[in-house]
Design a protein around this ligand. Structure first.
Ligand SMILES: Cc1cc2nc3c(=O)[nH]c(=O)nc-3n(C[C@H](O)[C@H](O)[C@H](O)COP(=O)(O)OP(=O)(O)OC[C@H]3O[C@@H](n4cnc5c(N)ncnc54)[C@H](O)[C@@H]3O)c2cc1C
Length: 198
């Protein structure tokens, strides 16, 4: 059986509307944007109005409840005008906010995702570190629980949107809370050197 890779009518309409916006609103600004090395100030508000900020997000969060084919079609179409800004949008909406949507509590999602859909908040994903790129599990940034919050210490590099983001999904290592020596079960205490059996 042959697979049908053609786009649906709805997907074609999405591609057309993103292309029209990219060539009329984005393209005329790009030369200046590259000169000053900044993205257009209202980029995320514009993509929010177009309805492509939360393409896969459920409607209750302000999303369009579509799929990843539609998401990539939108990013690919922006990339026809600016590959860099396509990545900027994708890093915020997919790397950061979609990752968050898959892992956060319902209360957290109701607070954060509508702001990502309107473009009020820009997101970023912080994984890479000076000594942890492909080998992401080699990360050294640490999170320590103090009361009702985590204190995070470490460095991240190459974070798309890092300087402009309002919200970050980041990956540190968790330091387990210190248990006072006396309250540790005896089996978890290291054996004293005198009792060590050879
Ligand atoms: C434009 C851009 C945007 C980015 N945005 C983000 C972001 O938003 N958030 C974020 O967290 N990170 C981001 N990054 C970082 C990106 O994820 C890392 O650059 C990537 O993981 C590679 O890490 P590295 O640069 O340290 O290279 P390394 O991991 O040091 O790799 C260097 C070279 O060694 C090769 N190599 C590595 N391991 C192996 C192996 N086991 N076997 C064979 N070859 C190997 C690699 O293929 C590569 O050619 C971004 C990077 C770029 C370039």
């Amino acid at each position: 059986m042959a697979l049908d890779f053609s786009f649906t009518e709805e997907q074609r309409m999405l591609e057309d509307s993103v292309y029209k916006w990219a060539t009329t609103w984005l393209e005329p600004q790009m030369e200046h944007a590259y000169e000053i090395d900044e993205m257009p100030k209202d980029l995320f508000k514009q993509t929010g109005d177009l309805g492509i900020n939360g393409i896969v997000f459920e409607e209750k969060y302000g999303g369009a409840a579509l799929g990843y084919v539609e998401t990539l079609l939108a990013y690919e179409t922006i990339a026809r005008v600016s590959n860099a800004l396509s990545m900027t949008v994708g890093a915020s909406q997919t790397l950061c906010f979609d990752n968050f949507r898959r892992n956060a509590t319902e209360e957290q999602k109701l607070h954060v995702l509508p702001k990502s859909c309107t473009g009020e908040w820009i997101g970023c994903l912080g994984i890479t570190e000076p000594n942890a790129g492909s080998d992401a599990m080699g990360m050294a940034t640490k999170a320590e629980k103090k009361g009702d919050r985590y204190i995070i210490n470490g460095s991240k590099i190459f974070i798309t949107n890092g300087p402009v983001a309002d919200f970050m999904v980041s990956m540190p290592r968790r330091i387990p809370p210190r248990v006072p020596r006396a309250s540790r079960p005896s089996s978890s205490r290291p054996p004293s050197p005198r009792k060590r059996v050879r």
